[in-house]
Design a protein around this ligand. Structure first.
Ligand SMILES: [Ca+2]
Ligand SMILES: [Ca+2]
Length: 412
């Protein structure tokens, strides 16, 4: 018997399975951009430091990558790289065809709609004029095609897409900070903008997006598949893809500290660890299971980066493993001191080859995973060093908690 998938299901799959950026013109991005898929631009591409592009970069002109960028392939006329950039040599293109795609047609209406401050409006699918959504408001789109002449959105708003709802904006779509496109239909919705798209910080756009004009997102945008005339991204943006993309990495180091028993116990002042040398001061290993009330049971045991002696010498640890030169991704979790009796901000520095990064966290910050991409130019250990020296006990016997340290070798 022959089976067929409904078209809607096919389209939904297509919109979820790509995390690609396709531009007729240029793209610029700030620091720490992650793209799960590929980037294709008709002219130049410029990325800031610490970016990752998991699939290929294709540009009809120059590609400029900041320090410590990771990429898997670049096809362009010219490749400029910052320091410690990981990836294969430029694969030059001599003839390049700029991407092309069509937006519209659009058939908006003339009667607009507006949601006033802190309001909530449910809109049936229809052709409309200019639509505005003011501060802290919610616009709910019923199933069907919504066609607006333009769309303006104030800060801290959300647009809820019911399943089967799609949105076309003939003119510009302008939004302030913290706009979330949510609802069960959002990941599957088609969103088209004929004019320009300009969005503030902390945008969440989980659907495929087509923009006839320029697209601009400020810091911390989350977007999926995007086609536009050109694109500008701030810092810390993420172009998300399907969850099953296999990262080109091999795990070469992994330590969750859960089996540490040497000197085990509440306030242990430990001087040895299985996989690490303690190169300055002392550290503590504690967990919820020894009665350390602030810790998350799910983390098992963790390392407090400063021991418990009243001298308060900040701890410093270094992997016994020396990693050969090459490209790596390191991951680890850091939490605040989690001790309300010492409610301070502590700072820990991670070091790997020429790379160092100081991280300061307030006392009540939960354990958060951090990821960095680093190229070693010479064999190196991974180090964590407590930077904070506090005046007197017990404040000088606390630091950040370290857990779940992993090192991945990048494999091309
Ligand atoms: Ca642990
Ligand atoms: Ca301590």
């Amino acid at each position: 018997m022959k089976q067929s998938l409904p078209l809607a299901a096919l389209c939904a799959f297509a919109s979820l399975s790509n995390a690609d950026i396709t531009l007729k013109g240029a793209m610029t991005a700030g620091a720490r951009l992650t793209v799960d898929g590929s980037i294709t631009t008709g002219t130049n591409l410029t990325m800031g430091n610490d970016g990752i592009v998991w699939r290929s970069i294709t540009a009809c002109q120059t590609v400029s990558l900041g320090d410590r960028t990771l990429y898997t392939a670049v096809h362009a006329t010219t490749l400029n790289k910052g320091s410690n950039v990981s990836g294969p040599a430029l694969d030059p293109v001599s003839v390049c065809v700029a991407p092309d795609f069509n937006v519209g047609p659009f058939t908006p209406g003339t009667v607009g709609a507006s949601v006033t401050n802190q309001g909530r409006l449910v809109l049936p699918a229809a052709a409309r004029g200019d639509v505005s959504v003011q501060n802290q408001s919610t616009l709910i789109l019923e199933p069907g095609l919504h066609e607006f002449k333009s769309l303006n959105v104030g800060p801290n708003c959300q647009i809820v897409f019911k399943p089967g709802s799609n949105l076309k904006v003939k003119g510009d779509f302008i939004a302030s900070n913290t706009l979330r496109l949510t609802g069960d239909g959002a990941p599957y919705a088609a969103l088209e903008v004929g004019g320009k798209l300009s969005v503030g910080t902390d945008a969440y756009f989980p659907m495929a997006l087509i923009v006839g004009g320029s697209a601009a997102f400020t810091d911390r945008a989350y977007i999926r598949n995007l086609q536009a005339a050109s694109l500008s991204l701030g810092n810390d943006c993420y172009v998300a893809g399907q969850s099953d993309i296999v990262l080109p990495t091999t795990k070469v180091f992994d330590d969750n500290f859960n089996t540490e028993t040497s000197g085990w116990g509440y306030l242990s002042n430990q001087k040895t660890l299985t996989n690490w040398n303690i190169v300055a001061g002392t550290i503590d290993v504690d967990g919820y299971d020894d009665g350390f009330y602030g810790l998350d049971p799910a983390q098992g045991r963790m390392v407090d980066m400063t021991g418990s002696d009243a001298s308060g010498t900040p701890g410093s640890i270094s992997t016994k493993t020396i990693f050969p030169a090459g490209s790596y991704q390191i991951q680890f979790k850091l939490a605040g001191s989690l001790r309300s009796e010492v409610p301070y901000t502590y700072e820990v520095q991670v070091g790997f080859g020429n790379f160092t990064q100081a991280i300061g966290l307030t006392w009540n910050t939960p354990a958060t995973l951090r990821t960095y991409n680093i190229t070693l130019t010479k064999p190196s250990a991974l180090t964590f060093k407590s930077l904070t020296t506090m005046g007197s006990y017990p404040a000088n016997a606390a630091s950040l908690w370290l857990d779940d340290v992993a090192v991945y070798k990048i494999v091309y």
